[in-house]
Write a protein that binds this ligand. Sequence first.
Ligand code: DX5
Ligand code: ZN
Length: 221
Amino acid sequence: MKKMISPSMMCADFLNLGNDIRDMEACGIEYLHIDIMDGVFVPNFTLGTDYIKKLHKASSIPLDLHLMVSDVDNKLNWFEFGEGDYVAIHAEACTHIQRALALIRSKGAKAMLALNPATSLNVLDEILPDLDGILIMTVNPGYAGQKLIPQTLEKIARLRNYLDSNGYGHIDIEVDGNVSFENARKMSDAGANIFVAGSSSMFMPGVPLSEGIAKLREAIN
Ligand code: DX5
Ligand code: ZN
């Protein structure tokens, strides 16, 4: 499977965003990961609906929306997305998961289900046909700069094996949280193929983005 990088835009330098986006385009970045936090599902606030609109206009890189919001069944309608974008909803925040995934696809986007570290893979059993991707949280969502929860590595491997052996090998596995160069290599070996690059890799003070991206590509391929 193609290995892809999705930079965590909450970690980007907001005062230099235009230049950073140009650099990411030049480096062939596949997605822009947008963390939406509502202060209820996770104890933090981050990017929102207007930011998504502006980013859609500012770049042709598809967006990778990560909705860390409660009652996502209703809030899903607040966000603008379409062809080529990925939209991840959390299993823990959604009552009608199948309906929400189908709604995402009906707008031309790709549907992803996000699972917190403590959420079992069993939740996937009945909805595999509705999924384009699965987001495995490798930290508890809410903040950048946390440490990897080690048992999530084995979870990725178990998921890759489960998908492959049930005829769903085309489903992407995205990983989010402490995707350092070292952890990215392990996650890639376990079967992940979309990597959220945050403060652990691409966004390190004093290191050009292109350098971090090249190092991350080397780790995952
Ligand atoms: C929350 C975010 C964080 C973060 C990732 O969902 O996506 O996980 O920005 O970057 P790190 O963990 O490297 O700071
Ligand atoms: Zn995220």
